[in-house]
Design a protein around this ligand. Structure first.
Ligand code: HEC
Length: 157
C-alpha cells in the first residue's frame, strides 16, 4: 500500500517550528508508517563510523535496545514477544534508505511501543548508536543500479 502522508508536506511548512517533529510523530500514529521529519533526516552524522564510536554504540545498544531489537537487530530480543507491535528488523538493508539523521531522530523520539530515549541518552551516545546499528545491515552494494527493463513484447494479432 502506497500512501504519501500529507503530514510530510505540513512538516516542511512548519519546518521552523520546534513542534514540527512532535506533529510528524503524531501523524503516523495508527499507521505503519513512521517517517522522520525532513529537517531531522537532513542532519549529518558528526561522528565517524570507526572502531571507537561503534564500540561505544554497542555498549549503549546492549543497555537500552537489545531487550527488544535483539543481539543482531533482528527484533528477537527477550522483550520483543510482549510488544504490541513488532520492532521490524534493523538488519535489513532497507534501513540504508534512511539517513543517519532520520535514524538518530527515531532513536531520540521513539514510537510506541518503542520508548523515547531523549532523557536516557545524549547526542554523544545516539550518533555512535546509529553507527553501531548500521553494522547489522549490509550496505547495498549498488544502490543506484538501474533496474533492467524487459523489452515489451508486442502482441501479435
Ligand atoms: C520496548 C522495545 C524497544 C526498545 C527498548 C527499543 N526499540 Fe526500537 N523499535 C521498537 C519498535 C516496536 C519499533 C517499531 C516502531 C514503529 O514502527 O512504529 C522500533 C523501531 C526502531 C527503529 C526504526 C526502524 C525503521 O525501520 O525505521 C530504530 C532505528 C530503532 N527502533 C532503534 C532502537 C535503538 C537504537 C534502541 C535503543 C536506544 C531501541 N530502538 C530501543 C521497539 C523498541
Amino acid at each position: 500500500m502506497k500512501r504519501t502522508t500529507p503530514m510530510l508536506v505540513a512538516g516542511v511548512v512548519a519546518g521552523s517550528l520546534a513542534v514540527a517533529s512532535a506533529l510528524a510523530q503524531d501523524s503516523s500514529g495508527g499507521t505503519n508508517q513512521w517517517v522522520a521529519p525532513a529537517r531531522a533526516a537532513a542532519r549529518k552524522n558528526p561522528v565517524a563510523a570507526n572502531e571507537t564510536s561503534i564500540a561505544l554504540g554497542k555498549n549503549v545498544y546492549e543497555r537500552h535496545c537489545l531487550s527488544c531489537h535483539g543481539p543482531k537487530g533482528k527484533g528477537d530480543g527477550p522483550a520483543a514477544a510482549h510488544l504490541e507491535k513488532p520492532t521490524g528488523s534493523l538488519a535489513d538493508s532497507k534501513l540504508w534508505e534512511q539517513s543517519d539523521g532520520a535514524l538518530c531522530w527515531k532513536i531520540t523520539e521513539g514510537h510506541t511501543p518503542m520508548p523515547t530515549f531523549k532523557l536516557v541518552t545524549s547526542d554523544e551516545e545516539r550518533w555512535p548508536l546509529v553507527n553501531y546499528v548500521r553494522t547489522f545491515a549490509p550496505k547495498p552494494a549498488t544502490p543506484n543500479q538501474p533496474k533492467a527493463e524487459k523489452p515489451k513484447e508486442k502482441e501479435k494479432p
